[in-house]
Design a protein around this ligand. Structure first.
Ligand code: NAP
Length: 487
């Protein structure tokens, strides 16, 4: 059974299974199956790009590069703006498509489409404000003029957990900067990327400026593209493991890299926190996308005086969530992306339970069809359990008790990651002081959600290199050129 008959327009998976998008042309093919995670049923099949296809995509991006670079910023901006408007107009269909291939709850998918479209609006505005610089040398010898030029062809690789937003967060600034791109979406969720490419065509993106490839050989085609001297940028969002492999590959041709990698966010609740606000924030930070977010709270550190009340409140909220397929409007927690994801969560939870943790709700995978894991709260978790070191990427909240501020900081920093962190306290001075000592790229203070296209998103340590979004995001796709001027 497939869902094709049920959906129409942009929400129809069959429409976006037309094939690779290279040089403004659709090339049909097959080989990559897309499944509905809530049933495991086949949704669609998409084309499987070969190395030759990837080379043609680089040729197409190269053929379009000079024209796009020379297109006035105002015109690039207006195309991005139209793309934003079209995404907004087709928001419900895009959300449905995301739900189908990714499984997330419809409310999460709607939120993602709005967030994703906003990157196009933000970078439509930034396209016309690319900065330059003029200075006098301290010695007075000459003047320093700094221009920013588009870096060149960019390869963009995205994960399955935000099929729309991870693509627009890269395409928006790249196009605003004047670069042409090749997008390789995750194999689990290619349909949204192809749907957005169709909207881009409608918005007036010239042929070759955006190319989209799906492949069962991501390593092979990426290596081939990175070896091509015309490719000057790799922007990757995904796991730290794959990020390391790509950094090594990019080093061979000294390609500029932006890396948005894994996370292991601590969520710290001090005794003086507003309990209800902390619980609201915890539910957002943990359960957006059913925990399948790089910024998801992965470790809840709760001070001894508020610990029991927090665990009781979190348990009640997690227990009340309705689990089901994302397209059921009542669903609050959808399935995981694959059976393997469920197995990983099960392993982490089982190891924690064996080491002395207690599940106050959930704790075992469900056995019905689809890739479901129930919302789970664990207390009394040993601080060195594997669940404290690895990304859970699921609806599991392990809670750890702490006594002092120093202990919370030490525990929070005890990880190779440094993407996001959260602090709840009514004492802003304390929150800021602690926050300054947490090794993280982003910090939510009395907030469970921090993502915003106008803010710099990214991590420190092994969570990545560079920032996406904000005013600096566009500079990831530009090279400063210094003119030494004597006049
Ligand atoms: P992943 O396995 O690293 O895959 C990400 C992308 O890389 C996919 O498109 C994948 O293609 C591709 N890929 C895999 N191996 C490759 C290779 N050797 N060469 C080139 N490309 C390759 O990650 P994921 O499981 O999709 O996503 C979850 C991870 O992403 C988590 O760690 C999460 O924290 C991280 N993430 C980070 C951010 C952030 O902004 N920091 C945001 C979202 C997610 P295939 O699908 O074809 O394998």
């Amino acid at each position: 059974m497939t869902f094709h008959a049920k959906f129409s327009g942009y929400a129809d998976p069959a429409l976006h299974a037309a094939g690779l998008y290279i040089g403004g042309k659709w090339q049909s093919g097959s080989g990559i199956t897309v499944l509905d995670p809530s049933t495991g049923n086949l949704l669609a099949e998409v084309a499987d790009a070969s190395i030759e296809d990837a080379q043609r995509a680089v040729d197409a991006a190269d053929a379009a590069a000079a024209g796009w670079r020379a297109t006035p910023a105002r015109q690039r901006s207006e195309i991005l703006r139209r793309w934003y408007q079209l995404m907004t107009q087709h928001a419900e269909e895009l959300a449905t498509l995301i739900v189908l291939e990714n499984g997330k709850a419809l409310a999460d998918a709607r939120g993602e489409v709005a967030y994703a479209a906003e990157f196009f609006r933000w970078y439509a505005e930034e396209a016309t404000r690319i900065p330059g610089e003029f200075r006098h040398t301290p010695s007075g010898s000459h003047n320093i003029l700094v221009d920013h030029e588009p870096i060149g062809i960019a390869v963009l690789i995205t994960p399955w957990n935000f099929p729309a937003a991870m693509a627009t967060r890269k395409i928006g600034p790249a196009l605003a900067a004047g670069c042409t791109v090749i997008l390789k979406p995750a194999s689990e969720t290619p349909l949204t990327a192809y749907a957005m490419a169709r909207l881009g065509e409608e918005a007036g993106v010239p042929p070759g400026v955006v190319n989209v490839l799906t492949t069962s050989n991501p390593g092979g085609i990426t290596n081939a593209m990175l070896a091509d001297p015309r490719v000057r940028k790799l922007s990757f969002t995904g796991s730290t493991g794959v990020g390391r492999v790509l950094l090594a590959e990019a080093a061979k041709s000294v390609v500029s890299c932006s890396m948005e990698l894994g996370g292991n966010a601590p969520f710290i609740v001090f005794d003086d926190a507003d309990l209800e606000a902390a619980l609201d924030g915890a539910m957002i930070a943990k359960m957006r996308n059913a925990g399948e977010a790089c910024t998801a709270a992965n470790r809840f550190y709760v001070q001894a005086g508020i610990h029991d009340a927090f665990v009781a409140g979190l348990t009640a909220r997690m227990k009340s969530l309705k689990l089901g397929p994302g397209y059921d409007p009542e669903t609050q927690c959808g399935p995981m992306i694959t059976q393997n994801a469920v197995r990983k969560i099960d392993r982490l939870v089982s190891e924690a339970l064996a080491a002395g943790a207690r599940a106050t709700t959930g704790g075992k995978p469900l056995t019905e069809n689809g890739y479901f894991y129930p919302p789970t709260v664990l207390e009394n978790v040993p601080v060195n359990a594997s669940i404290a070191r690895e990304e859970i990427f699921g609806p599991v909240a392990p809670v750890y008790k702490f006594e002092s501020d120093d202990e919370a900081i030490r525990l929070a920093n005890n990880t190779e990651y440094g993407l996001a962190a959260y602090i709840y306290s009514r004492d802003l001075k304390r929150a800021m002081k602690v926050g300054k000592r947490i090794e993280t790229g982003m910090l939510g203070i009395n907030r469970g959600l921090m993502s915003d296209p106008a803010a710099p998103f990214g991590g420190v340590k092994q969570s990545g290199l560079g920032r996406e979004g904000g005013v600096t995001g566009i500079l990831e796709f530009m090279e400063p050129k210094y003119f030494a001027v004597d006049y």
